[in-house]
Design a protein around this ligand. Structure first.
Ligand code: NDP
Ligand code: 2IT
Length: 447
């Protein structure tokens, strides 16, 4: 490891030893930068790493709300405004009981480099709450969103910070949050993305992360002269990203074999087809049910309680699309032993550092989420563009732009990896390409 990186990491660990996820994300990015930092002293001279690892601003607030029985609950709300060198802060909101500052700092930090890779002018941020939407009524979710935005509205704006969805925040929550923002500000601003089509949303935004990851994996496979046709694919999760990953895989002639949630995994050896996927859309988005229902409905599937998909069956490709650290070293070994030659991350940081070591040793294709799942935020950027010009593009236009952005990210990551001596290493390439643009803007703007 480069001495400058070692020093910055040592300082970080000493200051916030409890921020496990953030330290993991910081170490992954910084250790990719050795060749760049060695080649040019300008970064160390300008203390770029020290500035990049500290958010520009963190907002922490209380979110009191009442349930349907009138009982009062208090959650914590957060917005981490990480870096605004290349555009307004941009990134999702996560509502999940596990949310804490370490997780939001890791996500905000990743977002800085991801957004830089999209080719669009967006800085990085992330926010959310330890609120658990599971089992809550629409009324309770609305009460919570109203209270959350009652505080957040004063810190965001179309040229300041533009939140969107993430785990536990989808179309329903964005609707409630937008309504409350508009009431607080008395202004119809392009302040959230992932909006409904009738009120400023973009076609293809719901599909964008899953489609984008599949386009990225397609590009990786093409470097080996392969396509998705007939490929057996393991997908984890059954939320927004997983659903549209499976949809695009079906369109490309692949055989998606699994979906999961926090209770367990279904494996369908016959493949998930359009009809079965329609059942999942209804189960998850309307009924808010559990994936175990799939195995009750379709006898071709088997349900594995408490298990993740990795290694449960033979597969060529893995597309983790649930949450961080969902593939450990043993899972990675199981995947490879079962024939996997490509891992393309839909989730943010789903592979542990030890799992990534296993991929590297086996020399399989591996795309880090900040490159392969950037289609979601890229299409959020396209939503902002459409709002700014007060026009909407067609489904085909947005999909084509998304596809081109994913091709550019793939190309830029590969070129940066080759330029700095690690050809084929998408992780190094993505970190380097993302870093250089943000660092150049920070240096140009002074301090
Ligand atoms: P959703 O809330 O729509 O779905 C999340 C899925 O992951 C659910 O099936 C959920 O199961 C599962 N999951 C969540 N937490 C855990 C956990 N701790 N253990 C096991 N399973 C879990 O979220 P998204 O699909 O939007 O997000 C999935 C991933 O993709 C996240 O890592 C997110 O950061 C990332 N991402 C999302 C983007 C987007 O545009 N939405 C863009 C880029 C990345 P359950 O219902 O049981 O909780
Ligand atoms: O992790 C992510 O990139 C997202 N959750 C999407 C963020 C966005 O602003 O669309």
């Amino acid at each position: 490891m480069n001495k400058y990186v070692a020093k910055v990491m040592e300082d970080l660990r000493a200051k916030q030893p409890w921020e496990k996820e953030f330290l993991q994300a910081a170490e992954e990015v910084l250790s990719s930068l050795t060749a760049v930092l060695d080649a040019d002293p300008v970064y160390e001279k300008n203390k770029i790493l020290e500035r990049m690892v500290v958010p520009e601003r963190v907002i922490l607030f209380q979110v009191p709300w009442a349930d349907d029985k009138g009982e009062i609950h208090v959650n914590q709300g957060y917005r981490v405004q990480f870096n605004s060198a290349i555009g307004p802060y941009k990134g999702g909101l996560r509502f999940h009981p596990s949310v804490n500052l370490s997780i939001l700092k890791f996500l905000g930090f990743e977002q800085v480099f991801k957004n830089s890779l999209t080719t669009l002018p967006m800085g990085g941020g992330k926010g959310g709450s330890n609120f658990d939407p599971k089992g809550k009524t629409d009324n309770e979710v609305r009460n919570f969103c109203n209270s959350f935005m009652r505080e957040l509205y004063r810190h965001i704006g179309p040229n300041t910070d533009v939140p969107a969805g993430d785990i536990g925040v989808g179309g329903r929550e964005i609707g409630y949050l937008f309504g409350q923002y508009k009431r607080c500000r008395n202004s119809y601003d392009s302040v959230l993305t992932g909006k409904g089509l009738e009120w400023g949303g973009s076609l293809i935004r719901p599909e964008a992360t899953g489609y984008g990851n599949t386009y990225f994996a397609q590009e990786m496979l093409a470097t080996k002269g392969q396509s998705f046709e007939g490929k057996r694919v393991l997908v984890s999760g059954s939320g927004n990203v997983a659903q549209y990953t499976v949809e695009k895989l079906i369109q490309l002639g692949a055989k998606p074999l699994s979906m999961s949630d926090s209770n367990g995994t279904i494996i369908d050896e016959d493949g998930i087809d359009e009809e079965k996927l329609a059942f999942v859309f209804d189960l998850k988005n309307n009924k808010r049910g559990r994936i175990s229902e799939y195995a009750k409905k379709f006898p071709t599937a088997k349900y594995y309680e408490g298990k993740r998909p990795w290694g449960l069956t033979k597969a060529d490709v893995a597309m983790p699309s649930a949450t961080q650290n969902e593939i450990d070293a043993q899972n990675a070994k199981d995947l490879i032993a079962n024939g996997c030659t490509c891992v393309s991350e839909g989730a943010n940081m789903p592979s542990t550092p030890e799992a990534i070591e296993v991929y590297k040793a086996a020399k399989i294709l591996y795309a880090p989420g900040k490159a392969s799942n950037a289609g979601g935020v890229a299409t959020s950027g396209l939503e902002m563009s459409q709002n700014a010009i007060r026009l909407s593009w067609t489904r085909e236009e947005v999909d084509e732009k998304l596809h081109n952005i994913m091709r550019s990210i793939h190309k830029n990551a590969l070129e940066a990896a080759a330029e700095y001596g690690t050809p084929g290493d998408y992780m190094n390439g993505a970190n380097i390409a993302g870093f250089k643009k943000v660092a150049a803007a920070m240096i140009a703007q002074g301090f």
